[in-house]
Write a protein that binds this ligand. Structure first.
Ligand code: FAD
Length: 469
């Protein structure tokens, strides 16, 4: 029987997971499907990239996977990496605001208080800011809305100070975006539901959050965090999935320029002028490239206006003795109102203890606030200098780093702005009508973060199989 051909474009975690699960399904169900994975660069993994140097394991891109979302764990187990799973140390973390570091108030969930006392005594907020936050207990719920910005929503419930000194730094760390632009319904629909059901976020969260299990962790005193990684670095997941793909699946250094429908068949045009045909295509690149590939189709227009932010991070290795004013914790975030240009700093040697030599410290700092995108384009030396200047406002580092690694990710943080879900739904519906057999999946579309991307890959595989059958 003639095989149906599926071309997957983009070899980041989404494309890799899609190729892996599609081949697995085809094998197990004996479906006549041939899979090709096309990647523009010379390596797979996209933004997942691990550097090993002088005994350090350094993540240039993502460094952690949220453990409670199961798709990443499933993929890790599929490829036999369960023995390498490590959990982060759930140490103290801090926020730099109002001129100094403050401990993150205990019981805050994404910056929303679930316990009153730690907030009431925290120096993060002024007395007036605390009073305003208490408004959450009495304010009525908002009128039902299809969408609104995270900023509008949280400012209304908890006031500006809680948003700017706590919620914004936490969310910026994940989305690298402006809280006043990002969509509540695309990113945290559960908070909207809590407000609609319980009115108060504080009361609602307390009622709806599962109580922490009385696990061994409490008894043994071990402090496991809510994230996982791999002891050998996250890129090992990429390599392991790649090694499980059938021979001849992957084409690297091949960029796709355009995808067009001719009858029942899709023509995939490469930048090098070659063309391959496919029965179905899964596009897993960022939205800018997807838009270009499907530029003949007007329904892709919303992606023209979808922003993405750039970020850079700097990993710096020091002997522990060089950090004179060390802090008991795993890192700090920076309030949006501070004069810092860095947005956060992770004490990687404390968060992921096995990834640095014993007597060494690895600090990882981030630049590229939404209103300071120029920072990403500074030279390596300038970025390191600005990072050290900011760090020394809190840490007193007496030596130069033994080495630094600066990584820039340009337009790599897609922004799900207000109305994102609606726009995606429209594009998907039109895609289904005009280009059935083409799927869009990946960080730009229905979930930033590694588990969200793997979820989309799994959904795309199901869709492709249904279509081909
Ligand atoms: P990508 O990784 O961007 O892969 C897309 C691939 O498509 C690339 O390999 C690219 O070369 C290829 N491509 C592009 N154009 C073409 C073309 N024309 N033809 C062929 N191939 C093409 N998530 C977490 O869960 N935890 C974290 O700690 C975390 N930290 C992050 C830190 C940073 C700095 C960044 C940038 C992201 C982070 N994320 C994190 C988000 C997460 O890493 C991404 O959402 C996810 O890895 C995106 O995967 P993807 O496959 O959708 O896209």
């Amino acid at each position: 029987m003639d095989k149906k051909k599926v071309i997957i474009i983009g070899g980041g975690i989404t494309g890799l997971a899609a190729a892996y699960y599609l081949q697995k399904e085809a094998r197990e169900k004996q479906l006549p499907i041939e899979v090709k994975l096309i990647e523009a660069s010379g390596r797979l993994g996209g933004v997942i990239s691990t550097e090993k140097r002088d005994g350090f394991i350094i993540e240039r891109g993502p460094d952690s996977i949220i453990a409670r979302k199961k798709s990443a764990m499933r993929l890790i187990e599929e490829v036999g990496l369960q023995d390498k799973i490590i959990s982060n140390t759930a140490g103290k973390s801090y926020i730099y605001a109002r001129g100094k570091l403050h401990t993150m108030p205990e019981g805050s969930f994404m910056g929303i208080p679930t316990k009153v006392t730690p907030f009431a005594v925290s120096g993060l907020f002024s007395p007036l800011g605390k009073l305003r936050a208490a408004g959450d207990f009495i304010l009525p719920k908002s009128e039902p809305k299809t969408d609104q910005s995270l900023g509008v929503f949280f400012r209304r419930r908890l006031g500006d100070e809680v948003v700017e000194n706590l919620i914004d730094p936490l969310l910026s760390g994940i989305y690298a975006g402006d809280i006043d632009e990002l969509s509540l319904m695309a990113l945290f629909p559960n908070f909207y539901e809590i407000e609609q059901k319980h009115r108060s976020l504080v009361i609602g969260l307390n009622k709806s959050m599962p109580k922490p299990p009385k696990t061994a962790a409490k008894k043994t005193g071990s402090k496991k965090g809510m994230f996982i990684s791999l002891s050998t670095g996250l890129e090992e997941l990429v390599q392991r999935v790649e090694s499980r793909l059938e021979k001849g699946t992957v084409m690297k250094r091949t960029a796709v320029k355009k995808v067009e429908k001719t009858g029942e068949i899709y023509k995939v045009h490469f930048e090098n002028g070659e063309v391959e045909t496919a029965d179905s295509v899964v596009i897993t690149t960022d939205h800018f490239h997807a838009l270009r590939m499907l530029s003949d189709y007007a329904f892709m227009e919303p992606f023209k206006h979808m922003p993405a932010n750039s970020v850079a991070n700097v990993a710096m290795a020091f002997p522990k003795s060089a950090i004179e004013k060390d802090i008991d914790g795993t890192g700090f975030l920076v309030s949006r109102n501070s004069d810092f240009r860095i947005t956060a700093c992770t004490w990687t040697h404390k968060k992921w203890p096995g990834t640095s030599p014993k007597d060494m410290a690895l600090l990882r700092c981030y630049v590229g606030k939404p209103d300071d995108q120029e920072a990403v384009e500074l030279s390596d030396d300038e970025i390191v200098e600005l990072v050290l200047r900011d760090l020394n406002k809190t840490m007193n580092i007496t030596a130069k780093p033994e080495f630094t690694i600066v990584t820039r990710w340009r337009k790599a943080m897609p922004q799900y702005t207000v109305g994102h879900l609606e726009r995606i739904a429209i594009v998907k519906a039109r895609l289904e009508q005009e280009l059935p057999g083409i799927c869009l999946a990946g960080g730009s579309f229905e979930g930033v973060g590694i588990p969200g991307c793997i979820d989309q890959a799994e959904a795309a595989v199901k869709k492709v199989i249904d279509y081909l059958e």
